[in-house]
Design a protein around this ligand. Structure first.
Ligand SMILES: NC(=O)c1ccc[n+]([C@@H]2O[C@H](COP(=O)([O-])OP(=O)(O)OC[C@H]3O[C@@H](n4cnc5c(N)ncnc54)[C@H](OP(=O)(O)O)[C@@H]3O)[C@@H](O)[C@H]2O)c1
Length: 213
């Protein structure tokens, strides 16, 4: 999630409800950066576009407290938490479609990390806001998806009882969730990805030791 803004030397962004200036090069740059992506804007900014119409080739997500405001070709959200939830839910869908299969437990944790590392600043901000519970709910969904996708594939064709499989999914899902939450609680300072990989390398070493005993 990025803020895109044209400012003058005093950090002003608008005047009398309109842009400070219209620069053709700047508008082209904005179009190139945003085409194919969602854009989030307030109802008044939408009103400054030609004909008050949404931007083409982008998902237009508009903030307005007016429940009757329904511009064609745009989606309206009446508050920030509702908008945030939609963005997070969309991100979860994207992550799932990007990872239809997962080859190892290590890869499943890596996939869950994509959810937090790709938009680190936004995640940190949301985690420290009133929307933390929404974030946690979706993070748990992500952890469940990545772990279950791997374990279901790893168990395919085996005769283990379903309850064993469910137990393993629950255990690893909670480990994945807990480590990411711990990392968030400690200010996202460590290289969490390196940490996960080191832990898995250690575990592989232990498995070799156990085999020798
Ligand atoms: N320089 C740049 O890059 C740039 C970019 C964009 C805009 N601008 C300028 O910025 C100015 C517009 O800014 P603005 O702040 O006045 O208008 P805005 O943010 O575009 O629109 C404000 C409206 O958005 C809705 N809104 C805002 N926060 C909300 C919330 N938390 N929950 C629900 N609805 C919310 C409300 O709509 P309702 O009144 O319908 O409830 C509010 O009146 C203009 O001058 C524009 O040209 C500059």
């Amino acid at each position: 999630m990025n803020l895109i803004v044209a400012v003058d030397r005093n950090w002003a962004i608008g005047k009398d409800g309109d842009q400070l200036v219209y620069l053709s090069e700047d508008l082209k740059h904005f179009k190139a950066l945003t085409t194919g992506h969602p854009v989030i804007l307030g109802r008044k900014t939408l009103a400054t576009f030609p004909g008050g119409r949404p931007l083409k080739g982008r998902r237009n997500m508009i903030l307005s407290r007016n429940p009757g405001f329904a511009p064609e070709g745009a989606e309206v959200f009446q508050n920030l938490p509702a908008l945030l939830e939609e963005i997070i839910a969309q991100r979860v869908q994207l992550l799932m479609s990007d990872h239809p299969t997962i080859d190892s437990m290590e890869d499943s944790f890596d996939a869950a990390l994509d959810f937090v590392l790709d938009h680190k600043r936004a995640v940190f901000h949301i985690y420290n806001s009133l929307s933390r519970d929404v974030f946690e709910r979706y993070l748990m969904e992500v952890c469940h998806y990545v772990v279950a996708t791997y374990i279901e594939a790893a168990f395919a064709g085996r005769e283990d009882e379903d309850k064993n499989k469910e137990m393993l999914i629950r255990y690893h899902k909670c480990a994945c969730f807990g480590h990411i939450i711990d990392w968030l609680n400690t200010g996202m300072k460590d290289d969490v990805s390196a940490y996960f990989h080191q832990v898995y390398a250690l575990r592989l070493g232990w498995q070799d030791d156990e085999a020798r005993i």
